[in-house]
Design a protein around this ligand. Sequence first.
Ligand code: B12
Ligand code: SF4
Length: 429
Amino acid sequence: MKLLFINAPGKWAGKRQLIYPLGLAYVATYLKERLDSPEIHFLDLNMYKDYSHVLERAVKEFSPEIVGIEFRNAFYFSTPQASLLKDTVDKIKLTVPDSKVIIGGSGFSLFAEDIMKYIKNIDFGIFGEGEVPFWGLINSDFRAEKVKNVFFRNNNEIIYSGHSDSLVDPEELSVPKRDWDGLDLSKYNYHGFQTKRGCSFRCDYCPEPFLQGKYYRLYPLKRIKEELAYCVSLGIDKIFFVDTIFNLPLRFSMNVLDVLSDFKGVEFSAFFKVTGFNQSYINKLEETGFKEIYVSLENVDPSLLELNRTGINERAIEETTRLLYKSKLKVRYQFILGLPHEDFANRIKNMGFMLRLMVKSRFKDRVFAEPLAILPYTELIKRHNIEIDLFNYPVFMRKLYWWYFPLLKIIQKMSDLFKLNILKLNKFK
Ligand code: B12
Ligand code: SF4
């Protein structure tokens, strides 16, 4: 059986840093272990500014029976990416009309129905974790109604087979193979690495518990060690932990750091939550190869943090920032602009606090502020009865944040002028 796995192109293709398609690697590894000598080929279309020829040639030469495509970002900030996915799928079907095209990835899971409607050439769409449903589809000879978490078509109707009650047990997942035919590992700066799936928080605006599961599923430490050794053997020396939050649960994260300390010479980075730090944890981060860490703080106002159910409190902010000022770690604090219940006074207070973070760390640390992304399957959407569709999103965001953008532009210009790199702002298109 011939399978082609494609990382869908984004509008940044060929221009920005490449992100290793870890989700695809997991799915492909799972299938490789179960299929009888499959031929598997990968294609990362983000490597090319103009991907059309590469895609057409690869599909023609390889002539795959099954094409699995990862659609990870439905938006780059607020710029929709689905038109490039459509172009990719249409080109594949034009060259190999009999192939089965299967889409997955978080961008797809968030907007599955809209995407199925928009791109008629997609045969199947998989919600959430792809390993089990993808294998289920192949194993059942594509009788999608028998496999959970699958979108499929019946004449002109789009049908969903329904949510599965169970999630993958990380203990049963093998280490994902990374050096696939068609991928050049040296092109990726940081390589993604997972130590857990899921999130136990319930921040009002975040779809992660819906996408990854409402509690942490931890990988065994032995397996983490094995995977790290494998990465190093492939020449990988920069790793980004793709967990929703790396530092929680704290005890587990401490144990992971013990494992990492055996891998000198590898640089690590990850997302952290401002809750769940202490001095010995910071010492461990410094002793292992962490240099730059992303800490989500979201907003300085405790009542606003509580109203949005972020699980962050004033004490955590005070204690963690105090400890981090003195550390050698370069901290990138992440703020969300435009949270519900925010008012003018709060904006001013936030800006003062952002400045304080930089001054108190003697400009070692930085602040990244981004407007809130309003996404489906969040409490925010449910509570305010907001309807989102993939295609009116930029218009919708502009309406919501019209007052913010002139302000953000000024901050960005100042930040660029002083090379502070505080704010990365993408244009609304
Ligand atoms: C880590 C991460 C990053 C890191 C990546 C670091 C690295 N070097 O790998 C950094 C910080 C660089 C980053 C940047 C961005 N990110 Co990000 N990121 C993530 C995060 C937390 C984890 C991704 C990951 O690697 N997961 C681990 C793998 C194993 O899981 P997976 O990709 O979900 O794959 C599984 C399933 O999705 C499925 N699957 C995946 N592919 C396929 C394909 C097929 C065919 C099938 C059947 C199934 C399938 O099966 C896989 C295994 O179970 C996700 C959250 C999420 N839920 O995905 C956000 C997420 C993907 N990011 C998001 C965004 C928006 C961005 C940015 C655009 C930033 C921004 N503010 O706008 C940039 C874009 C960068 C880019 N060029 O792609 C959004 C995308 C949603 C959207 N709005 O469209 C997400 C979902 C977060 C969110 N909830 O909003 N990100
Ligand atoms: S914002 Fe972070 S902590 Fe909150 S639910 Fe999402 S992933 Fe979890």
